[in-house]
Design a protein around this ligand. Structure first.
Ligand SMILES: N[C@@H](CCC(=O)N[C@@H](CS)C(=O)NCC(=O)O)C(=O)O
Length: 222
């Protein structure tokens, strides 16, 4: 049994998708980010960085893992799935996973902050992150022109980590016009049952987009 500490965000969804894909038993511990549950001592003992996602593996001496990329690698190694054992293929998956962790996630996250949440509208900051998001999507489009999935012909944890950020491109204000290969990949993953369940785990809040944006605005400026 895995305890999944999460919230309804792209970084959280990466792990619910992976747990669904891998068929692992898990229990959701939904943290309320608005009331700062992620910064309370009990959770900081699991993740000193005070952010979701994190897991505890009850079947492995209550081993705790934080950082979504590290969790995906841990789960792939635990199950022997979605991460090839051939060294070159494995390296390719890790390269695209790192591309997401160091590029797509942070840039799309900042695009959301400056486009949707930050109280002052700073056009240079909005443009900077949206342009960088588009540039990264173009890199992916090039890769996907010759490969069915990010790291080659197999669906892997690299895809699971990236799809939750790309699917919200409209909310982030990042245009995907003309990126036909990226769109093809986006649509294919949207049809996967594990992706469909993953993005409803935990369920999205029933606030309107604007009400939710208002709450996040308070969080990013506190
Ligand atoms: N690099 C981290 C990023 C985690 C992260 O930024 N989580 C956000 C939600 S998407 C969070 O917990 N925010 C709450 C806060 O910053 O207090 C990962 O990939 O796990």
């Amino acid at each position: 049994m895995i305890d999944l500490y999460t919230a309804a965000t792209p970084n959280g969804y990466k792990i619910s998708i992976a747990l669904e894909e891998m068929g692992l038993d898990y229990e959701v511990r939904h943290l309320d980010l608005m009331s700062n549950e992620q910064k309370q001592p009990e959770f900081l003992a699991i993740n000193p960085n005070g952010r979701i996602p994190a897991i505890i593996d009850r079947d492995n001496d209550d081993f705790a893992v934080f950082e979504s990329g590290a969790i995906l690698l841990y789960l792939a190694e635990k199950t022997g799935r979605f991460l090839p054992s051939d060294p070159k293929k494995r390296s390719q998956v890790i390269q695209w996973l790192m591309f997401q962790m160091g590029g797509v996630g942070p840039m799309m996250g900042q695009a959301n902050v400056f486009y949707r949440y930050f109280p002052e509208k700073i056009p240079a900051a909005i443009e900077r992150y949206q342009k960088e998001g588009r540039r990264l999507f173009e890199v992916m489009d090039g890769q996907l022109a010759n490969n069915r999935y990010l790291a080659g012909d197999e669906y892997t944890i690299a895809d699971m980590s990236t799809w939750p950020w790309v699917r919200i491109h409209e909310w982030s204000g990042v245009d995907i016009t003309g990126l036909t290969h990226l769109k093809r990949w986006l649509e294919e993953l949207t049809l996967r049952p594990a992706c469909q369940v993953g993005i409803l785990t935990p369920p999205p809040s029933d606030l309107s987009d604007e009400e939710r944006a208002e709450q996040i605005r308070k969080m990013v400026t506190r």
